[in-house]
Design a protein around this ligand. Structure first.
Ligand code: NI
Length: 178
């Protein structure tokens, strides 16, 4: 099922998400829905809070850039290593049609659980996956890539997002009246 993606500013995107405690069919369904929603929106990563579900679950698919990788589901992920720095032009499905340079670590290691509750470690160096991991995990603690920008830039983007949401609301209202 494809979910609506929350657009910043939205208070739910600023919440700290809760750890997953049950590795059950509902969790598998959530991961399936997140992949479906992410692919429909042509994104490479999505965190559960972006669809209004405040759980520590992230999906990432950077296989178009890194052929040797597979799509990843990370449950209760924690970054255990960060090294170096790189600048990468990032976007976010919750901040549509915006892209800005953000400084992140080059090398990251993440410890997480899979859908069956098995712990694993993912380590990557200088890839889109490294950027995506840092970006998506930030969502679980209420962070967004715009937090890395100057307040001037963030303010401009915020105004564009508010206008975008008003336009969407008007569109939905007029569709309801037909
Ligand atoms: Ni994002």
């Amino acid at each position: 099922m494809i979910h609506d993606i929350l657009i910043w500013p939205d208070p739910r995107l600023r919440e700290v998400s809760q750890p997953v405690t049950a590795f059950d069919a509902d969790l598998k369904k959530l991961a399936d829905d997140m992949f479906e929603t992410m692919y429909a929106a042509k994104g490479v990563g999505l965190a559960a809070p972006q669809i209004g579900i405040l759980k520590r679950v992230v999906v990432i698919d950077t296989t178009s850039q890194d052929q040797d990788l597979t799509p990843q589901v990370l449950v209760n992920p924690v970054i255990t290593l960060k090294e170096g720095s790189q600048i990468f032009k990032e976007g976010c499905l919750s901040v549509p049609d915006e892209a800005e340079n953000v400084e992140r670590a080059v090398k990251v290691a993440v410890r997480a659980f899979d859908l069956s509750g098995k712990e694993f470690t993912l380590e990557t160096d200088g890839t889109l996956l490294a950027v995506a991991l840092q970006h998506e995990l930030e969502h679980l603690d209420g962070g967004l890539f715009v937090d890395h920008l100057s307040s001037l830039k963030r303010g401009l983007i915020k105004r564009r997002m508010v206008r975008l949401k008003e336009a969407k609301r008007r569109e939905a209202n007029s569709a309801n009246k037909e």
